[in-house]
Design a protein around this ligand. Structure first.
Ligand SMILES: Nc1ncnc2c1ncn2[C@@H]1O[C@@H]2COP(=O)(O)O[C@H]2[C@H]1O
Length: 910
């Protein structure tokens, strides 16, 4: 063999070897490819080196070209890679105008697809349709475990978003022009903020398929941060993110790419200005984005289906940790939807679990389920399946069928269940087809309120006009976001009543337009209010009268003001120790020692302002005492776990800590730092809750939570914060209405406004099996305790009324002195009628609430005292009692111990 033919042979061998390698890229993926170029296969001459493919050209020197190795499981992606190669290959000087034929073999049938390299996929033409099951080029194959029918990704024009700080970036220009060539649309932005704004603004409508981020100049654009932020934005899971890096980034640190992937990029690409390379890149990316969007949508649809079925559904991972539960599961077992992975054993047991964990693929067996709010487990029939993409298990599915009674209990609100005539499933499916519901179809259907509106709207079908009008009015009201706003009802009532009541209730229920920053009452005062002479051994001093008094700590006429006297203004620590340390054994619940509890109580008490006439530690002790009293009632005793009772007592003791003696409205008007900090929203309550935790966690000696495990601490913290925030009076009607709606049934035919109907409400406590309803109970408990002074025996109610009036007057004095808006102008010490303020307070705030609460915990004296106090104030009003001095005179006449003030000399046995 001469030298030339030997060379040819080598070249041929090389070509054949390369061709084999090139083909192997595409084999084993469901289709084979063959190439013809200028009707002559060998014209495709490729060589390879370690990292790509080279063209071996007779006329030119070898030039390296990298084929986009598409790992995407989409035909489109593969083809784009091939085309990319061809374009580059052709650009070396061969005839670039010729079509390239790609033979695709599927199910044994050969199909030829002609591709004109320059036109890329937009010009793909099927030459012969031998293959009946041809693949739609715009659709990716569905993943094995999601029903194919659900995976639908309609062909849509490619949308690209480039984020390049440099306006004139050539890389960006190449990417954009590639997209335009492929019939898509490209936008470019220059910074992270613009990008995030655009994504949020665009919402679902124009979320791009692909976002390319310039990661070459971190000082100008932090690509990692931006990727994380994009991934944190709604509806971006499917977006394909490409980071553009310099070649040197790869050379420097081959693992650097991991940081990009971890931040949420799908691909890290070395900068290129080659439009063709970009074209292939973005087409692959779009295909991948469309595929994952279809999968996500399908998964969401399946999750929504699970959520809407009455069976209890739980899905675990292969470690038997529950990853997902549906609403029925949560409702019946008392789980929260957002709960993190928990072992299935916490909730389930029995034969079903045994089968699931021993590898059965499909089973039907009984399961025992534990409910959080009930001691006894329930046994239900369960169907299960083991899911896995390959031989290994990825998920286990449990579907438990509730018995008729259980299912009913778990479904919807009590009212809908009680009325029971509507079948949710039939109405939802039927109703949605009706024209009256057409406008609702675009709304998200997860919210219960949407379902309620759907049901109501469906009920109008064929109904008489008067009923339709009534329902439409109800639906209009339901559509407002201010469902529980007090202005929604009885507005007129407040306006026509006594101006003092209007003033007081108006100020309590709204944030008001208050004023004044008081240096006298600044929150900084808190640490110097009173020095604690002896922080320990309180117990040892609890002797004689004090001990006797504390023995009566669980009676409703507990002498709180006497305790204030006997303890020299430190009632909270003493009473707290007696109740929390003694009767309720908070130390056991929190696993802390009594000394820590004592320190905690002392620190909390120290941070109440003794100079306040009302919001001082005596009020805290009073609320604590009321909560303790309520907790003793059977209904609550059986309902709350020790740790929940502990949280309730903690909330009561700390609920007004560092109260400045002025309202939140006042702080807002005064531009107080707390109002600034909390944006004028729930200013005082947020401060009370935050300070409670700050003081508690600050010092190990007072940290009553220090021995709690992470989960229990989180639960306790959640309860404490929730209860303290519930004391905010602007939310009064919201909490009350929720409580009444959940636990009381109106007899049919009663008035639309259930709270003021004369028909007796009937208590229904079945809803207690749901934890969110237990939360309503706890909120109501602390709310009632907080204003329980009006439901105490007369002598206490009078003293509390005097104290709060004094505090209101002081606020008005300050507002006037500092020329700030006066929040309650009627509360002027010279003119205000204290009896009338109390009548208004009891009429509008107390009676309804105490009626609801008293029936719930079976404590009629709450209402009886409130009514009798109301009557007493009316008599005093008629007798001309008006001012503080008048009230004090009456108190003296009634032979009540002169009201102790925090500045008066205490009478004490010690
Ligand atoms: N007897 C009362 N008369 C008038 N207002 C009261 C009375 N008791 C409590 N309040 C108000 O009700 C509010 C409940 O929350 P606060 O403790 O923050 O502040 C309380 C007072 O503003």
């Amino acid at each position: 063999m001469d030298k030339n033919s030997k060379n040819d042979q080598v070249k041929d061998d090389k070509q054949i070897g390369c061709w084999a390698k090139f083909k192997s890229l595409f084999e084993g993926r469901g289709f084979d490819l063959e190439f013809e170029y200028n009707n002559h296969r060998t014209a495709v001459a490729v060589g390879d080196n370690n990292d790509g493919y080279k063209k071996i050209d007779d006329r030119k020197s070898v030039e390296k070209r990298t084929v986009s190795e598409s790992s995407e499981n989409s035909l489109e992606g593969e083809l784009a890679g091939v085309i990319n190669f061809y374009e580059q290959f052709s650009s070396l000087g061969d005839d670039t105008k010729d079509d390239v034929d790609v033979w695709r073999r599927s199910s044994g049938v050969r199909n030829r697809v002609s591709i004109r390299p320059s036109a890329l996929l937009t010009n793909i033409i099927e030459e012969n349709g031998e293959c009946e099951d041809d693949v739609e080029l715009n659709r990716s194959p569905p993943p094995a475990n999601i029903p194919t029918a659900l995976i639908y990704s309609p062909p849509e024009p490619l949308e690209l978003l480039c984020v390049f700080p440099e306006r004139t970036s050539r890389v960006c220009a190449a990417a954009c022009s590639a997209v335009e060539r492929a019939g898509g649309e490209a936008r470019s932005l220059r910074c992270a903020r613009e990008t995030l704004d655009a994504l949020r603004r665009d919402n679902d409508t124009r979320v791009p398929h692909v976002i390319v981020v310039d990661a070459r100049q971190p000082q100008q654009l932090d690509a990692l941060l931006l990727a994380r932020a994009i991934r944190g934005t709604k509806n971006t899971q499917h977006v394909y993110l490409i980071a553009i890096v310099k070649k040197s980034a790869y050379l420097k640190d081959e693992f650097g790419v991991l940081a990009y992937l971890e931040a949420g990029f799908n691909r890290v690409m070395v900068e290129t200005v080659n439009t063709t390379a970009w074209c292939a890149e973005v087409l692959q990316a779009r295909s991948s984005a469309a595929c994952s969007r279809a999968q996500i949508a399908a998964t969401a649809a399946l999750a929504a289906a699970a959520d809407r079925c009455r069976d209890l559904v739980a899905i675990t991972d292969d470690q038997q940790r529950i990853l997902l539960t549906n609403k029925s599961w949560c409702r019946m077992l008392g789980w929260r939807l957002e709960e993190g992975p928990r072992p299935i054993h916490e909730a389930a047991g029995g034969e079903a679990l045994r089968l699931a964990t021993t590898g059965a693929r499909d089973w039907e067996a009984p399961v025992t389920l534990r409910r959080r709010a009930a001691p006894d487990p329930i046994m239900l029939p369960c169907r299960g399946a083991t899911i896995g993409l390959t031989k290994t298990t990825s998920h286990i599915v449990f579907v438990c069928e509730p018995s008729a009674g259980e299912g009913d209990r778990g479904r919807g609100s009590l009212h809908s269940i009680r009325r029971g005539s509507l079948d949710v499933r039939s109405v939802a499916s039927d109703g949605l087809r009706r024209t009256s519901l057409a406008k609702l179809q675009g709304l998200p259907l997860e919210a219960p309120i949407t379902k309620v509106i759907s049901l109501l709207s469906a009920a109008t079908e064929g109904a008489p006009p008067s009923t339709v009008a009534c329902i439409e009015r109800a639906v209009d009201m339901l559509r407002t976001s201010e469902l529980y706003s007090p202005q929604m009802r009885d507005e007129t009532k407040l306006r026509v009543e006594d101006p003092i009541a209007t003033d007081l209730i108006g100020a309590l229920l709204s944030q008001g337009n208050a004023n004044v920053l008081s240096s006298r009452r600044s929150s900084n005062d808190s640490t110097v209010v009173r020095s604690q002479t002896n922080r320990t051994n309180i117990k040892h001093k609890t002797t004689g009268q004090l001990r006797e008094l504390l023995d009566t700590a669980l009676s409703w006429d507990f002498e709180i003001f006497r305790l204030e006297d006997l303890t020299r203004g430190r009632p909270l620590a003493h009473l707290g120790l007696a109740l929390m340390g003694g009767r309720f054994d908070v130390c056991a619940a929190l696993e802390c020692d009594e000394r820590t509890l004592l320190h905690w109580l002392t620190v909390i008490e120290t941070n109440y302002h003794a100079v306040n006439t009302y919001h001082n530690s005596t009020h805290a002790a009073d609320v604590l005492q009321a909560v303790a009293y309520f907790l003793e009632k059977d209904r609550l005793k059986n309902l709350l776990e020790p740790v929940e009772a502990a949280a309730a007592l903690i909330s009561a003791a700390a609920h007004d800590i560092d109260h400045p003696g002025t309202s939140s409205a006042f702080l807002c008007n005064a531009r107080h730092p707390l109002a600034i900090l909390y944006n004028d929203v729930s200013v005082l309550e947020s401060h009370h809750a935050a300070l409670t935790f700050k003081l508690t966690l600050n010092d190990d000696r007072v940290n009553i939570f220090k021995n709690l495990d992470r989960d229990t601490y989180k639960t306790v913290r959640h309860h404490v914060i929730d209860m303290i925030l519930a004391t905010e009076m602007t939310k009064h009607f919201e909490h009350l209405a929720k409580f009444v709606n959940v636990f009381y049934a109106k007899s049919s035919g009663s008035k639309e406004d259930g709270m003021h109907t004369d028909e007796p409400l009937s208590l229904d406590t079945t809803a207690l099996s749901q934890p969110e309803n237990v939360l309503l109970v706890k909120r109501m408990m602390i709310k009632c305790a907080d204003v329980s002074n009006a439901s105490r025996p007369q002598k206490f109610a009078m003293e509390w009324a005097r104290r709060i009036a004094e505090e209101y007057f002081l606020q008005t004095d300050e507002e006037k002195a500092k020329d700030l808006p006066v929040v309650m102008p009627m509360f002027d010490r010279a003119t205000c009628s204290i009896p009338r303020s109390q009548i208004g307070f009891i009429d509008y705030i107390i009676i309804d609430m105490m009626e609801a609460w008293a029936a719930f915990i079976d404590m009629p004296e709450l209402v009886n005292h409130a009514r009798s106090n109301n009557q007493h104030w009316r008599e005093l009003d008629e007798a001309g009692v008006t001012t503080l001095a008048d009230v004090k005179r009456v108190q003296r006449q009634n032979a009540i111990q002169a009201p102790p003030t925090t500045t008066a000399e205490p009478t004490t046995e010690e």
